[in-house]
Design a binder for this molecule. Structure first.
Ligand SMILES: NC(=O)c1ccc[n+]([C@@H]2O[C@H](COP(=O)([O-])OP(=O)(O)OC[C@H]3O[C@@H](n4cnc5c(N)ncnc54)[C@H](O)[C@@H]3O)[C@@H](O)[C@H]2O)c1
Length: 451
């Protein structure tokens, strides 16, 4: 669906909001076979992956890159040259130089892969500048930011996509196919989470992105420069979308269903302190810090259609990676841990099947078609598909599969869980970011082999 320009929006309102540029409304429909001229804001580890994957496509021109770290620009300049592409215009003189990139008429769309606190301001500015915006996860850090994304999208008519790659994981998409074909019956309950030992990401030696030391902030490199501070200052599910994104799609959130409320509880916080003491000794200044983030944060969400979703956030303790998916209906369930499926009437009674056969049988048409292209794209191939969905939607200037309402509803889990935890698990209502349109909005057509 293409949004119509709202009459009440005028230039004054938009420039008054901080951007001294004429709002470019993205109404001219581009042809599907046209090329997309892409700008990149933030080309750290993640942005560089997106850039490299874009360079492999024959329908994308990388025309501008922006990063405040000149070393990152240099790395990307080399990738662009190695791929035989024309030099991109470069920005990054200061934190707001990205706004100069957004003024370029040669940029159709931008991919934003900066630290979390920049996501919403940059996405809002991009939409105001008429640039189709893709933003990394999570998209927002407060309820006010969630509303900013929705309001700006509606006011400008410009689209944004939350670049949640896990929605495109092969098993996740096969299970989506099974959900759509009613293999699990009527859906009842879901579990998911971000269960990833990030201690070596939260601390490093300033020279490498992972481990080798226990510094964070200015003395550290990559994510430890900015991500770790959130663990010091906030007790919340800080990173909900890798788990909740796929579940929201299964449950048609914002499209016939919605998140209604949540309650959240946090365990005590020991993991980071324990790690710091063991790695750096009790005298290291970081061993004296009090970390706010509970080691295991557990959130339970109610949906309008009566499903429950348990979401875990577990990033401070030693553990192998798992997003902990469980997808359960009246006829059976999938559990990612243990790689197992049980379908009543088809599985041996009370015995699990290995998931592999089922996942192969219901392999998603996108993976069947593009599985080979996806190889090497990062994160087991799913990065290819999330970029593909973004580029194909942006080329046509149509609504993306994962839109501003999704970005808002999923990201809202962070601030809502924070308030719930601070109030002994008090129930928090989700704002209805669709303003009741979830009742009539149709589910996105996921089961196709295009994007
Ligand atoms: N979807 C995934 O699987 C996945 C994986 C990793 C990271 N991420 C997300 O991607 C984002 C970036 O993570 P990362 O690992 O690349 O972090 P990073 O620290 O390596 O990169 C962030 C980059 O942003 C730049 N930057 C900061 N402020 C800027 C500004 N004002 N203007 C321009 N550039 C600025 C930094 O210099 C840095 O190069 C985060 O939101 C993270 O959560 C997603």
């Amino acid at each position: 669906m293409k949004l119509k320009r709202r009459d009440f929006i005028n230039t004054a309102a938009l420039t008054g909001a901080g951007l001294m540029m004429a709002p470019g409304f993205t109404f001219a429909k581009r042809r599907a076979d046209s090329r997309l001229r892409l700008g990149f804001i933030g080309v750290g580890l993640r942005g560089t992956w997106h850039l490299k994957n874009s360079l492999k496509r024959d329908d994308v021109d990388v025309v501008a890159i922006c990063d405040t770290n000149s070393e990152r620009l240099e790395i990307c300049r080399k990738h662009i040259a190695d791929a035989g592409h024309k030099k991109a215009q470069e920005f990054g003189d200061n934190d707001y130089d990205y706004r100069n990139l957004l003024e370029l008429s040669k940029v159709d769309a931008v991919i934003i892969s900066t630290p979390w606190l920049w996501h919403t301001p940059m996405t809002v500015d991009a939409m105001k500048a008429g640039k189709y915006a893709g933003v990394e996860v999570s998209a927002a850090t407060s309820l006010a930011e969630c509303w900013d994304l929705v309001n700006t999208h509606e006011e400008t008519g410009t689209h944004m996509m939350i670049l949640e790659n896990v929605n495109y994981r092969r098993d996740v998409m096969a299970v989506l196919n099974m959900v759509r074909q009613n293999v699990f019956g009527e859906m009842i309950h879901y579990r998911c989470g971000y269960q990833h030992d990030l201690r070596h990401v939260k601390f490093n030696n300033g020279e490498q992105p992972y481990g080798g030391g226990i510094e964070f902030g200015e003395k550290a490199a990559s994510e430890a420069q900015w991500r770790t501070l959130h663990s010091l200052k906030r007790n919340a599910d800080l990173y909900p979308t890798h788990g909740v994104g796929p579940i929201a799609t299964y449950a048609d959130i914002n499209r016939g269903n919605r998140f209604m409320s949540l309650t959240s509880h946090a365990s005590k916080s020991r993991g980071l302190h324990d790690y710091l003491v063991r790695e750096g000794g009790t005298d290291h200044p970081n061993a004296k810090l009090k970390w706010k983030l509970g080691d295991v944060v557990t959130t339970t969400i109610d949906t309008a259609n009566g499903e429950t979703i348990i979401v875990s956030h577990d990033t401070n303790l030693p553990r192998p990676y798992s997003l902990g998916f469980r997808v359960q209906g009246t006829r059976g369930l999938w559990e990612v841990d243990g790689n197992r499926i049980y379908i009543e009437g088809q599985s041996e009674p009370h015995k699990w099947d290995e998931a592999d056969e089922w996942l192969k049988k219901y392999d998603h048409p996108l993976w069947k078609k593009f599985g080979d292209d996806a190889e090497g794209a990062g994160h087991g191939g799913m990065d290819f598909f999330v970029l593909n969905a973004f580029v194909e939607s942006a080329k046509r200037n149509i609504a993306p599969p994962l839109d501003a309402y999704d970005a808002a509803a999923w990201s809202a889990i962070t601030p809502l869980s924070e308030v719930s935890i601070a109030n002994n698990g008090e129930v928090q209502d989700f704002p209805d970011f669709t303003r009741a349109r979830w009742i009539k909005r149709q589910p996105y057509n996921w089961i196709k082999d295009t994007w």
